[in-house]
Design a protein around this ligand. Structure first.
Ligand code: HEM
Length: 531
């Protein structure tokens, strides 16, 4: 009996010694202590996780290790480390963690949530072919037309509080038109209702630490009738909505119900020549996923960015004034800004950069996943670790961006030009991935190798389109309207200072701003766009 107990104690001691030794040889990065079994699961359930992680990084450093049940996580708080891992070592860190939540809600078609592989490459190729830097100027006519319609709507919306739904409508109508060639009138359209619902599913499923099934996949087998199986019920309700968002607009293009030049039509035209029926079906599915992710990836992110712009402007009339001086001298009072003005408006560009930085739209980036064991700076990073770049922290580092909570585009300007010494927030806000080839790609005659490398980078492929949309909205609004704080029922101005709220995609709120037309001449310019 004694010898059995002794044997068990010895076995436990030996295992402990082996584990401790192994851990000493393979030290994990520091991080907040977790609980037995669940690890740091409860630490993930924060309202503003980017702020909590930012505070913890002051204690634990720029790579911080956590564990949610059995899933290892690494919170990265330095852009240089994020580039080292996800750019320079992209062969290890390009994949995305598989998510049971996405699989169950039907969102697993989304590129940025999909593990690296053939399926990812096929969808990414479709997206990239239609949104790289050389192609996006083709969409500028449609963007301009929708932005001018938005300006006309703004003229009719100069009450005490601006109706921010008009901004979402602008983005939804532009993207539906560019991607599917579908023209809609307003937000009551069924296409819009479906996407709004599907995006709500996405937002809900990404609330930090809310659904444990991602950290313990076995929970997906819990039947819906078991008390507490909230996720199973949520997933069952959500899947048809997500499928409808994917299928309906794509099928309308395929079945010839739309007659407008668009991305989906161009993808389908390419597939048309595929002789193999099975291959054709497969390619059609990839095209459907690509258009679905473009549509859903574009609207809410750009909405968040533009709301940041309006809030920042309502807080800072002095900045509006400076931007107007630039617009008045470059564009003049006789016309509205165009894409040809873009390079001559550095202050407008600095406002865009500050919007990307200040209320970081995707504050914790999109997680990547390590596909093999690795070491960084002497620390062990086990295969399967989820890498979370704290983009908010990086963009609020006072050493790079002094007084980071202040909305201040001037931080990017030196001698009337964009100061290249200040890190462009776009290098962080649009995610991480192989980016060293980005800038040369289409400028050096379309080298096939560079094209493929570029295509495989996982940073946001919609960033050129996003920048084009944001530029013309920002320049046109500043040229024709004053952005002011909204007014309450007693005629008092409300504080327009927002806070960042949300989950994977976050938004400034409250939205306390209103618009007032700048002058009669400006109104005339806007009305003239209808002709
Ligand atoms: C302010 C606007 C936007 C921001 C801040 C933003 C940010 C991001 C981020 C952080 C990622 C993850 C990259 C990574 O894996 O690290 C991403 C991915 C993606 N974005 Fe954007 N985005 C914006 C606008 C757009 C637009 C306008 C489109 C479409 C036209 C778009 C389409 C996509 C797609 C398809 C992906 C998945 C890429 C992949 O995993 O291969 N985004 N975006």
């Amino acid at each position: 009996m004694v010898s059995t107990v002794t044997m068990i104690v010895l076995a436990i001691l030996s295992i402990t010694v082996i584990v401790l030794r192994r851990n000493r040889l393979r030290p994990l990065p520091p991080g907040p202590p977790g609980w037995p079994i669940i690890g740091n699961l409860f630490d993930l359930q924060q309202e503003f996780p980017w702020i909590t992680y930012s505070n913890w990084s002051k204690t634990y450093g720029n790579i911080m290790f956590m564990r949610a049940l059995t899933t290892p996580m690494l919170i990265v708080s330095s852009p240089d480390i994020a580039f080292d891992l996800m750019d320079k070592r992209s062969a290890i860190y390009s994949s995305k963690p598989t998510s049971v939540v996405d699989e169950m809600t039907g969102w697993d078609f989304a590129l940025s949530l999909m593990p690296y592989g053939q399926r990812w490459r096929n969808i990414r190729r479709n997206v990239h072919e239609h949104f790289h830097q050389m192609v996006t100027p083709n969409y500028r006519d449609k963007q301009t037309k929708h932005i001018h319609a938005f300006l006309r709507q703004c003229l009719g919306n100069t009450a005490k509080q601006f109706n921010s739904t008009l901004v979402r409508q602008l983005l939804a109508t532009t993207v539906l038109d560019v991607v599917y060639g579908i023209r809609i009138k307003d937000m009551d359209d069924d296409y819009i209702k479906t996407i709004v619902e599907a995006l709500e599913v996405f937002g809900e499923s990404k609330i930090s630490g809310k659904y444990w099934v991602d950290f313990m996949p076995v929970l997906k087998y819990v039947p819906r009738w078991v008390p507490g199986a909230a996720f199973a019920k949520f997933a069952a309700r959500s899947r048809p909505v997500v499928e409808e968002m994917l299928n309906r607009p794509f099928n309308a293009v395929r079945d010839g119900e739309t007659h407008n030049d668009c991305v989906a039509l161009s993808m389908l035209a390419k597939i048309e020549s595929q002789p193999d029926i099975e291959k054709k079906k497969e390619e059609e599915m990839y095209a459907k996923y690509a258009t679905g992710i473009l549509y859903s990836g574009a609207v809410e992110t750009t909405f968040s960015l533009l709301q940041t712009f309006f809030c920042g402007m309502a807080m800072r009339p002095d900045i509006q004034q400076r931007a107007r001086q630039e617009l008045d001298s470059v564009v003049g009072p006789e016309r509205l800004p165009t894409y040809d003005d873009q390079d001559h408006l550095p202050y407008v560009q600095a406002i865009f950069m500050e919007c990307l930085r200040w209320m970081t739209t995707v504050p914790l980036g999109v997680p990547h996943s390590a596909t093999q064991d690795d070491y960084y700076d002497g620390y062990f990073i086990p295969s399967g670790t989820i890498i979370v770049p704290n983009a908010w922290h990086m963009l609020h580092n006072p050493e790079e961006y002094p007084e980071p909570d202040k909305f201040n585009p001037d931080r990017f300007i030196k001698d009337g030009k964009i100061n290249p010494a200040i890190r462009d927030p776009a290098t962080i806000a649009f995610g991480f991935g192989r980016r060293s080839v980005r800038s040369d790609v289409h400028e050096t005659g379309y080298s096939q190798i560079l094209f493929i490398l570029y295509m495989l980078a996982s940073i946001c492929p919609g960033r050129h389109f996003a920048k084009d949309t944001a530029f013309l909205v920002i320049a046109s609004i500043l040229h024709t309207f004053d952005v002011k704080p909204s007014i309450d029922e007693n005629g008092h101005e409300l504080d327009p200072t927002p806070q960042l709220h949300g989950s994977m995609v976050s938004f400034p709120s409250p939205l306390n701003y209103r618009l007032k037309s700048r002058s009669e001449a400006a109104e005339k310019l806007v009305h003239a766009t209808e002709l």
